[in-house]
Design a protein around this ligand. Structure first.
Ligand SMILES: NC(=O)c1ccc[n+]([C@@H]2O[C@H](COP(=O)([O-])OP(=O)(O)OC[C@H]3O[C@@H](n4cnc5c(N)ncnc54)[C@H](O)[C@@H]3O)[C@@H](O)[C@H]2O)c1
Length: 407
């Protein structure tokens, strides 16, 4: 077979027959018009334009972020531990990712400047209690807007009801163990039963209030850029081996005793507060409160001042343990409130001891109550008890100097 034959046969196959299909050669202008026609059909163009507009709007409104939102979050705590207890776990998660670093942590929340109110918006947790209600009185008198958050475990509406008609006052029945979102500038976190009778009543709840409640309020502070003040306690020093107690003393605390739910709860609350400060840039203040007395104290809280007052009012003998020569210190509630407010407004994180450095004997205290309430009230001596919560004495030199209270 010659090469010419091969060439011929190929020509033969390629020859068009009468009924064979022959596609038209593509028209060059169709390459341009076809995509345009596709876009115009079924309003696809409109959808694309709307999509571009939404994307532009989204990226314009998104707050600037320098890096991964989780990069700076050093809090080694997993909220999932409590997810079965949180009613709104997703809302809690929502607090966290906005924190991108130390600088932006307290930028004042997400409210445009023009909409910000001129007065401070302040949350007082535990604001219906003894100390909290006096703090609320002072803040309202200063012209601030105050939101009290309280579950009324030991607090009472009567303590704050004189503010009910004030438009700058709000009261929310809420347990701090559950998360809460509010736009505020400052958070005074007092919510926690303070007397042994109350905090020993349900120790697990006490430690939850101190740990989960503080965590929730710190999360709120971080979310909205609020300043946070924790009311801790002299009980963090436990059964102190050092007198008086300075803030640098780490204490001598029993982790497994009946008071540990309160003592260790407050110690953990302090730890969380400092971790949010160091790790997330939240502005925090820590006050270590010593024995306080004044109006609206719970009469049956088992503490020595209320014991004497209640006994005198009920015409019962006032019980003094031992020889009554043991000394204790008590501060008046208005002095404490002054200290808390100065601490919140000041520059220093703390912790600060807030108490009365001057001491007097239990017998002197009983005599003062006798003179004030009933001169005929009897004083009865009984053998000493081993467990006295009133034996701590503060060294408040540092607090006085830094809060500008003089010496
Ligand atoms: N009073 C003192 O001598 C003293 C001493 C040291 C520390 N403190 C601290 O000061 C703060 C106030 O003490 P106080 O003497 O006014 O006590 P308090 O018992 O009178 O007030 C505590 C308030 O917190 C509320 N509360 C408790 N658990 C709550 C929860 N889970 N959710 C919401 N609200 C809750 C109570 O209902 C109450 O209104 C406490 O944190 C306490 O530990 C007080």
């Amino acid at each position: 077979m010659g090469s010419s034959e091969l060439i011929f046969r190929g020509h033969d196959e390629a020859l068009p027959t009468a009924d064979a299909y022959s596609p038209k050669p593509p028209k060059p202008w169709l390459a341009v018009t076809r995509p345009i026609r596709y876009l115009l059909l079924e309003q696809r163009l409109v959808f694309i334009l709307v999509g571009i507009a939404i994307a532009t709007l989204f990226f314009t409104l998104l707050p600037p972020s320098s890096s991964s939102p989780h990069k700076h979050d050093p809090i080694p705590f997993s909220f999932s531990h409590f997810s079965h207890e949180l009613t709104t776990p997703m809302r809690y998660k929502y607090y966290e990712p906005h924190q991108v670093g130390f600088q932006s942590a307290n930028s004042g929340g997400k409210i445009p400047l023009g909409l910000k109110s001129k007065t401070l918006r302040i949350v007082v947790t535990g604001g219906a209690g003894f100390v909290g209600s006096h703090l609320v009185d002072r803040l309202i008198a200063r012209g601030d807007s105050v939101i009290v958050v309280d579950n009324f475990f030991t607090g009472r509406k009567e303590n704050v009801m004189h503010h009910f008609k004030n438009p700058r006052f709000e009261l929310i029945r809420h347990d701090v163990v559950e998360p809460l979102l509010l736009e505020v500038d400052q958070i005074y976190h007092l919510a926690c039963p303070a007397s042994p009778v109350h905090y020993k009543h349900n120790p697990v709840k006490t430690i939850k209030t101190n740990v989960v409640g503080t965590l929730n309020m710190l999360g709120l502070a971080k979310r909205v850029g609020a300043r946070f003040l924790l009311t801790s306690t002299s009980e963090v020093y436990g059964d102190p081996l050092q007198h008086p107690q300075v803030e640098t003393y780490w204490g001598n605390v029993n982790p497994i005793g009946v008071r540990s739910c309160y003592d260790e709860g407050k110690r953990t609350a302090e730890t969380l507060t400092m971790d949010y400060h160091r790790g997330a840039g939240v502005q925090v203040r820590i006050a270590r409160i010593f024995n306080t007395y004044g109006p609206r104290m719970c009469i049956d809280d088992g503490r020595v001042v209320s014991n004497f007052v209640a006994q005198a009012l009920r015409k019962e003998p006032m019980t003094v343990y031992g020889d009554g020569k043991q000394t204790r210190s008590f501060q008046y509630v208005s002095d404490l409130v002054e200290g808390l407010m100065r601490l919140m407004e000041g520059e220093h994180v703390g912790p600060f001891n807030l108490g009365n450095p001057g001491e007097f004997t239990m017998l002197e205290l009983a005599q003062v109550v006798q003179e004030t309430i009933d001169p005929n009230a009897r004083i009865e001596f009984r053998p000493n008890t081993e467990d006295d919560p009133h034996k701590r004495k503060p060294d408040i030199t540092k607090a006085k100097n830094l809060l500008g209270l003089g010496t």
